[in-house]
Design a protein around this ligand. Structure first.
Ligand SMILES: *Cc1c(COP(=O)(O)O)cnc(C)c1O
Length: 234
C-alpha cells in the first residue's frame, strides 16, 4: 500500500470501530462527529484526507502551529471546523478568537471574556469546558463541580456559546476505570445540555475512543490512529 492508501485504510478502520461501538451501545452513528487531531500529522497527510472529503472537524493543540498551517491557501480553501484542544493561554486569545470555530479546552471565565472581546464582528465562538477526570494526573481542566459552574457563568457572554464538556482520560486506565471516570461526566452533560440542540461531549482518543463512545461521547478526538498507525518509517 502507498501512503495515501494507508491513510484511507486507517480512516476506514476508525470509522468502522466507531460504528461497532455505536452498535454495541445502541447509538446512532450519526450522533458521532469524528474530530481528526492533526497536531502531529504531516501537511500532505492532512491534505490527503481533506481532498477525499473524509474529515471536516479538525483538532489542533497549539495556536501558532494551527495558524501556520490553516492560514495557508491550500488548507484555507477547505471548509473545515477548527477546534483548539490544547490549553489556551490568555495572551493567545486574540489570535485564537479569529482562527478557531471551537475552543474545546476552556477552563476559565477570564479566558472566555478575552476571547469574546477579540471576536470578529458577528462571529459566535463555540466552546466546551474541559473537565479534569482525576486529581492524580497533571491534567488541565476543572473539577466537575467547578466546570458546571463555569457553564452557568458563560451564559452571560452573548458571543460565546457553551456546547458541552471535554475531558482527557488518564493514560493506561483500564476499561473499567474509564467507564467509572466517564459516567459522572456523561450524567452532568445530560443534565446541563439536554435542552440544547447543539451539544457535544468530547471523550476518547486513539486508545480509548471505543469505550468513550459506548459511554456517550459524541466528539471523539483521534490523532495517531489516523495519522501515525502503519506509517512509521515510511
Ligand atoms: C493529541 C491529543 C489527542 C489525540 O491523541 P491520539 O492518542 O493521538 O489520538 C486528543 N485529545 C487531545 C486533547 C490531544 O492533545
Amino acid at each position: 500500500m502507498n501512503r495515501e492508501e494507508i491513510l484511507i485504510a486507517n480512516f476506514q478502520k476508525v470509522a468502522s470501530a466507531l460504528s461497532a461501538a455505536c452498535r454495541r451501545s445502541g447509538r446512532d452513528p450519526k450522533e458521532i462527529t469524528l474530530l481528526a487531531v492533526t497536531k502531529y500529522a504531516k501537511d500532505s497527510d492532512v491534505l490527503t484526507l481533506l481532498q477525499k472529503g473524509l474529515i471536516k472537524h479538525i483538532g489542533e493543540s497549539r495556536v501558532q502551529q494551527a495558524q501556520a498551517r490553516w492560514e495557508q491557501p491550500e488548507f484555507a480553501r477547505f471548509n473545515t471546523v477548527k477546534h483548539l484542544i490544547g490549553h489556551l493561554q490568555k495572551n493567545k486569545a486574540a489570535k485564537a478568537a479569529q482562527l478557531f470555530d471551537f475552543i474545546d479546552s476552556l477552563d476559565s471565565l477570564e479566558t472566555a471574556e478575552a476571547l469574546e472581546k477579540n471576536l470578529p464582528q458577528g462571529k459566535t465562538l463555540r466552546t466546551l469546558v474541559q473537565v479534569k477526570l482525576t486529581d492524580k494526573e497533571t491534567q488541565s481542566g476543572l473539577p466537575l463541580a467547578e466546570a458546571r459552574k463555569l457553564v452557568q457563568d458563560l451564559k452571560k457572554l452573548s458571543h460565546i456559546k457553551v456546547c458541552g464538556y471535554m475531558a482527557i482520560a488518564p493514560q493506561g486506565a483500564t476499561e473499567a476505570e474509564l467507564r467509572k471516570l466517564f459516567r459522572p461526566l456523561k450524567q452532568a452533560f445530560d443534565e446541563d445540555f439536554s435542552n440544547q440542540p447543539e451539544r457535544y461531549l468530547s471523550l476518547g482518543m486513539s486508545e480509548d475512543f471505543e469505550t468513550a463512545v459506548e459511554e456517550g461521547s459524541s466528539l471523539p478526538r483521534i490523532g495517531s490512529k489516523l495519522f501515525a498507525e502503519n506509517l512509521e518509517g515510511l
